[in-house]
Ligand binder design. Structure first.
Ligand SMILES: *[C@@H]1O[C@H](CO)[C@@H](O)[C@H](O)[C@H]1NC(C)=O
Ligand SMILES: *[C@@H]1O[C@H](CO)[C@@H](O)[C@H](O)[C@H]1NC(C)=O
Ligand SMILES: *[C@@H]1O[C@H](CO)[C@@H](O)[C@H](O)[C@H]1NC(C)=O
Length: 205
């Protein structure tokens, strides 16, 4: 059942690509110039695109991660846009930056140039129950973590962010010590299930 739904969903949207227009530097509650993204949550499908539209001030849209909302994960970066204060909030011809959505996994963005990520200048794309836009915003309010986590989005893009010594607040991050569980302790019943699953797949391949 699950597989059928997945295949169906991934086959359909090709012909129906949609643009999600997201204001940067626009307060979604007032509709006026302000902090953050309008809207701050969107649910695009693969093949859709996100069009960031920059309002007055200095703004950028930068991809981050759920756990570390205010630090680039090395993914999409719109670059910095500076828009005159003279322009009305929805003036025609505002500068835009476009990013294609390639899958249905969650994507996370923040306004790096605007500098108010910690106050909630963030965008959640396809959040889930386990990784919700509400907790994403809560994470944004926490001090940024050193780039050592292995979140799915950030794992493959270890780039130029290593800057030497860790920062002063090396408190034990709440994630506990699940990062290096030894393979020897894997529950054998679980291993058997996984073995059956992947064994079956391997035979088909
Ligand atoms: C989707 O793929 C295109 C082409 O490879 C890439 O430019 C874009 O950044 C990708 N989108 C995301 C959100 O990673
Ligand atoms: C962090 O964990 C280590 C080892 O468990 C412990 O010695 C240290 O006191 C902890 N630091 C804080 C700030 O909790
Ligand atoms: C991780 O958990 C193990 C087993 O519960 C414990 O012995 C170890 O001290 C923990 N390490 C840290 C860094 O908390």
């Amino acid at each position: 059942m699950k597989y059928f739904g997945f295949l169906l969903a991934s086959a359909l949207p090709l012909a129906l690509a949609y643009e999600y227009r997201v204001g940067v530097g626009k307060d979604e509650t007032t509709g006026r110039k302000g902090m953050g993204f309008d809207p701050s949550v969107i649910h695009p499908q693969a093949g859709d695109s996100i069009v960031f539209e920059f309002r007055s001030g200095v703004h950028s849209a930068v991809q981050s991660s759920f756990d570390n909302p205010c630090v680039s994960n090395g993914g999409f970066n719109s670059g910095v846009f500076t828009v005159s204060d003279d322009l009305a909030v929805d003036a025609p011809g505002l500068p835009i930056s476009r990013v294609l959505v390639n899958g249905t996994e969650s994507l996370w963005f923040f306004d790096e140039a605007g500098g108010l990520c910690y106050r909630g200048a963030v965008l959640a794309v396809n959040p889930t129950a386990a990784q919700s836009e509400v907790v994403f915003k809560e994470n944004a309010a926490l001090p940024p973590k050193p780039a050592t986590t292995t979140s799915p989005a950030a794992s493959s893009t270890s780039g130029a962010t290593a800057t030497g010594t860790p920062t002063a607040n090396s408190d034990n991050v709440s994630s506990g010590n699940n990062s290096n569980s030894s393979p020897g302790t894997v529950n054998t019943a679980w291993a058997a299930v996984m073995g059956a699953l992947f064994g079956g797949l391997a035979v088909m391949a």
